[in-house]
Design a protein around this ligand. Structure first.
Ligand code: FAD
Length: 496
């Protein structure tokens, strides 16, 4: 007999609800706890998982496996060619390990919900209890509602409820302890599981050796790293978050997104740590205070997951607002490539697109600027941008990415109004006033020390330098593209 914990996007030991419950169950029954991670290359393809993220996941698994082994808990990892075979393979493993309890944390995307529903039925028919636990959100989806009992679709009032709920129910921020020693879980029982190797990434998602060397230094994996990052951020930077968060050249944010997306740290853990360090030790919507502001950003992650649970059609390439389905988008691949390659001639856009190409990460302010540029200045279907981000980000996360694109393209939940069109030049001057971010990512412009010209070299007397170094002219005239976008959005949504 045994109890299984099935890891998914929760590859950590600390503060993992389902793992904790599985561990308690196994101790109560005096049977071993076995941990499992099953993945199919087809999942990576279907979810557009970036190779750098696949590599990150596999590195996290190695660290997790080593840590679990110190507790005498085996982690068995298997790559399954066809994802439809995953449920049967799970049942086979239950059979061979004599497991009649399987625990896992819930994922809310449609494919995953369907798979879990099917597994619940299959397990029932075989006398195995299949337990799906709410863990990834700080507040469980469905807990906060409008007066009429529905899901809220506007962030600010939702956020006030979120804070009030957690202040009233501080137990929701209790951390789940790691698995406790279990005399029934010994190394000799399943020695082959302790020695199994973490598989290599599928060929289509494999990094080159050079990329590995770069990204392994840039993005250290594992939950210890995530906890260290959190501690450094809380000690050194969170109190200034409200001032620095919008400056892409400053190290003003936590850089925890890759870990939150992979589940090497729980959102609950980070919110609790920030709350405990906050001056008033409460959750508030005070946007002038670093801790509250930062917790409010982590809350966006919950918000987009709640939205996903309630309106699952957003997983099906549909805009949240049905009336925005008729906007006529462009599909100009040359223009799209200029955007992806950081060759638009708008320095702030190009710096950001080169940041993501080189580091698999982009600052939040820049994500909004480049997304607005693609959807509004170029009128290119926002879903092409959403897809490109997923294929390249180390923190690619369906709900947050879809939410961010929906916001910026004005087709999502609680979006930027469609007539609010970022002016890339003004955004650049406001959020990169000295041009440090631009100089960092665009070597062609690095010699321009003038803090005005750097944002618009051709328009401000430095065209020769830009041309000499091969930096292009702006690909569109923002004023003209702005008018075109307004007209196209109005026509699409049928508004004068
Ligand atoms: P911090 O500012 O330190 O914030 C802490 C955490 O809060 C983040 O790690 C993240 O988990 C969460 N968070 C912060 N802002 C948001 C937000 N607007 N929406 C949802 N969660 C948020 N975030 C992702 O994790 N994955 C994505 O694929 C993703 N795609 C995006 C696409 C677009 C177009 C936009 C506008 C935003 C996107 N975001 C995404 C949100 C945000 O840009 C990143 O979470 C943030 O830049 C990560 O850096 P950080 O960890 O230093 O964030």
């Amino acid at each position: 007999k045994s109890v299984i914990h099935w890891f998914k996007c929760d590859t950590r030991i600390m503060d993992n609800k389902a793992l904790h419950i599985a561990s308690e169950k196994s101790r109560m029954h005096g049977v071993p706890l076995i941990c499992l991670y099953l993945v199919s290359p087809q999942d990576f393809e279907a979810h557009l998982t970036a190779p750098v993220r696949v590599d990150f996941i596999l590195r996290n698994l190695q660290i997790l496996k080593d840590d679990l082994a110190t507790l005498n808990i085996p982690l068995y990892v298997e790559l399954i060619e066809k994802r439809r075979n995953l449920p049967n393979r799970l049942m086979d493993l239950c059979g061979s390990w004599g497991a009649n309890h399987v625990f896992c944390n819930a994922e809310y995307e449609v494919d995953e919900l369907r798979r879990e529903a099917m597994l619940t039925r299959t397990c029932l028919s075989r006398g195995v209890s299949f337990n799906v636990v709410h863990d990834t959100c700080v507040v469980e989806p469905g807990k906060l509602s409008t007066g009429a009992g529905g899901q809220m679709s506007v962030y600010s009032p939702w956020h006030r409820k979120w804070c009030a709920f957690l202040n009233q129910h501080p137990e929701q921020l209790e951390l789940s302890p790691p698995p406790a020693p279990n005399p029934a879980t010994t190394r000799d029982m399943y020695s082959e599981l302790f020695t199994c190797m973490i598989p290599e990434a599928p060929v289509s998602k494999r990094l080159s050796e050079e990329e590995k060397a770069k990204f392994h230094v840039m993005w250290p994996a594992g939950e210890h790293e995530a906890l260290d990052r959190l501690e450094r951020f809380i000690q050194q930077r969170v109190n200034l978050y409200h001032d620095n968060r919008n400056t892409p050249s400053a190290n003003g944010t936590s850089n925890l997104s890759a870990h939150l997306a992979a589940g090497t740290i729980a959102a609950r853990t980070v919110v609790r740590a920030a709350r405990d360090a906050a001056p008033n030790k409460k959750l508030t919507d005070d946007r002038k205070q670093g801790h509250s502001m930062w917790i409010g950003e982590v809350a966006w992650r919950d918000f987009y997951r709640h939205v996903l649970c309630h309106w699952p059609y957003i997983c099906m390439n549909k805009p949240f607002k049905p009336e925005y389905s008729n906007i006529e988008w462009e599909y100009d691949l040359d223009q799209f490539r200029k955007w992806t390659d950081g060759q638009t001639g708008f320095p702030i856009i190009d710096a950001a697109m080169r940041q993501v190409a080189q580091t698999a990460y982009m600052h939040n302010r820049c994500r909004m600027i480049v997304a607005s540029f693609l959807a509004k200045d170029l009128l290119i279907d926002w879903r092409m941008g959403e897809r490109y981000f997923m294929e390249h980000l180390i923190d690619g996360d369906f709900a947050s990415n879809n939410g961010g694109w929906g916001f910026s393209a004005s087709v999502g939940v609680d979006p930027q109004p469609y007539f609010r069109i970022f002016n890339p030049l003004l955004q650049s001057e406001k959020f990169d006033p000295q041009g440090d971010y631009i100089r960092k990512w665009i070597p062609e412009l690095a010699e321009i020390t003038d803090s005005k010209a750097i944002h618009d070299p051709y328009g401000r007397g430095f065209g020769q330098v830009a041309r000499k170094n091969g930096y292009p002219r702006p690909m569109v005239d923002h004023k003209i593209s702005r008018d075109r976008a307004l007209a196209r959005y109005k026509a699409g949504i049928g508004r004068e």
